[in-house]
Design a binder for this molecule. Structure first.
Ligand SMILES: Nc1nc2c(ncn2[C@@H]2O[C@H](COP(=O)(O)OP(=O)(O)OP(=O)(O)O)[C@@H](O)[C@H]2O)c(=O)[nH]1
Ligand SMILES: [Mg+2]
Length: 480
């Protein structure tokens, strides 16, 4: 069980909650979940099994009719009871499968409420699982990430956190901190014995200041490696924004459609076809990428085109990466424009030389580009030539080699909360190491070590209060 600021009783409400757990709206089947001590009683009132023999039975699916408080049946479906504590929340739970008409779902929720259930708040099932000690806070967050994963790879990465990938690695950092803490305490309690061979109650021989400082720095390095995974981890979890920039007619809309595999944006030989930004999410090497097609940029007196170009620049400014598209058949003026554009960008960019199917197309040479293109890709948006290599370049620019292991065995950070706490922990460890170098008193170094432990505790959800839980669970869906 996690420890916290003594708020366990009021954090853990014991009433029975109910919520729609499948997506709202019309569907073939909808799932309503219940959790709490009254679950069996409530289900007994709103679900009439077809074979009325015997008790409900744990984890046995039964077919039957859903009934309102007036006793009238309004749907046929199935129900399963999952007895606590071996359930998701640790309490008695039920899942009801009804037909997915919005009227049926509403009627079922009303029936559950009239039978004594309270509508669940966002993430309340998972919050109960956490408070019952079934999963830690990092696993709770991974549940939310799984519920919103846009790609298989993002799901796999979240699943590795649900499997305690990050928790285990933080636990091992915790143990290392506890170990150096014991040696530091020995130095406080037995100041004269801080010499090799002397013996306060620590594992093995006590460490001297140099050894302690070395251990502090090792812990710092582990935290730093973890911190570095954040930019890739965040992109895998949240997705990336990628803006397509270029002059009119370069083939931006054709490229967007090619990457999406559908004709989303209008393409035409008339320069200035795209007037406003067009956005769509697609899967690039497992990364959810929001692709933004923009209006072509050129000198013009047309106020609509000028507004389009302004929006293109705004989209680029808030992007994780840009594709600068040039028409490879257009001559040196196009090369100069692309180079100039690359120079003005703040985010990483890929130079895409398009229309390479045309016989007079000329491949751009890297030496012609002073701008900071991460890579140069030659493609034909029209025929699809070179698009696979472009996809690879996009994925590796976004999450680089650090991203390769994400979702595998390598622990990584994907949330700002996690990154901030890892940085807080790292800084405290760093201060401690500096203190040891400067022969600060062990008591002072212990203050830094405590601070590092507090940050890790918060990260692992060992220390929490209302505010932290509210913040985390408010981002959850209702019914999760
Ligand atoms: N040969 C060839 N033509 C292409 C290629 N890509 C686009 N085109 C053609 O170039 C013209 C312009 O394409 P669009 O995709 O509309 O260009 P755009 O950059 O979106 O243009 P604006 O929206 O006007 O800024 C169309 O006639 C396309 O068929 C390509 O790879 N090869
Ligand atoms: Mg266009």
């Amino acid at each position: 069980m996690p420890t916290h600021f003594g708020e366990s009783e009021d954090l853990l409400s014991r009433d029975t909650i109910a919520a729609l757990s499948s997506a709202p709206g019309r569907g073939a089947i909808a799932v309503v979940r219940l959790s709490g001590t009254e679950t069996e009683e409530i289900v007994g009132k709103i679900f009439r099994p077809k074979d009325s023999e015997g008790k409900f039975g744990d984890r046995k699916i039964r077919v039957g009719r859903f009934v309102g408080s007036d006793g009238e049946a309004f749907d046929e479906g199935m129900a399963v009871m999952i007895a606590g504590p071996a359930s998701y929340t640790g309490e008695d739970m039920a899942e009801l499968y009804c037909h997915g008409g919005p009227g049926i779902v509403r009627a079922l929720l009303v029936a559950a409420s009239e039978a004594g259930a309270r509508p669940a708040g966002p993430g309340e099932f998972t919050k109960r699982a956490f408070l019952a000690g079934k999963i830690d806070l990092l696993q709770c967050e991974s549940v939310a990430d799984l519920a919103s994963a846009e790609t298989r790879r993002a799901a796999r990465a979240a699943l590795s956190h649900l499997d305690s990938g990050l928790s285990k690695s933080l636990e091992s950092i915790w143990e290392r901190i506890v170990e150096v803490g014991a040696h530091l305490e020995a130095a406080i309690d037995f100041p004269d014995e801080l010499e090799p061979g002397a013996g306060p109650a620590v594992q093995g021989r006590p460490m001297d200041e140099k050894e302690l400082a070395r251990r502090f720095r090792e812990i710092r390095d582990v935290l730093e490696r973890l911190e570095k995974t954040y930019s890739s981890g965040r992109i895998l979890r949240e997705g990336a924004r990628m803006t397509i920039l270029g002059r009119p007619n370069a083939g931006k809309s054709t490229l967007l459609n090619r990457l999406l595999g559908e004709e989303r944006a209008i393409m035409s030989p008339i320069p200035g076809t795209t007037r406003d930004t067009v956005e769509e999410v697609c899967d690039i090497g497992g990364i959810p990428v929001r692709l933004i097609d923009t209006a072509g940029i050129r000198e013009t007196g047309d106020p609509v085109e000028l507004e389009g170009a302004k929006r293109a620049r705004q989209a680029a400014a808030s992007s994780d990466i840009c594709l600068v598209v040039m028409d490879a058949s257009a001559g040196p003026e196009e090369v100069r424009w692309a180079d100039n554009e690359l120079n003005g960008l703040e985010c990483p960019a890929i130079l895409v030389a398009n229309k390479t199917d045309l016989s007079h197309a000329k491949m751009p040479e890297r030496s012609n580009f002073f701008g900071k293109a991460v890579s140069i890709c030659s493609v034909s948006a029209l025929t699809g030539g070179g698009i696979d290599s472009l996809r690879e370049a996009m994925a590796s620019t976004l999450i680089g080699s650090e991203g390769d292991g994400l979702g595998g065995n390598q622990p990584f950070l994907a949330r700002e909360r996690h990154r901030d706490l890892v940085v807080r922990c790292k800084k405290a460890i760093e201060r401690g190491a500096d203190g040891l170098d400067n022969r600060a008193s062990p008591e002072l170094v212990a203050v830094d070590l405590n601070e590092a432990q507090r940050a890790l505790s918060e990260l692992l959800g060992r220390d929490y209060g209302h505010a932290l839980l509210d913040k985390i669970f408010s981002t959850f869906c209702i019914g999760k």
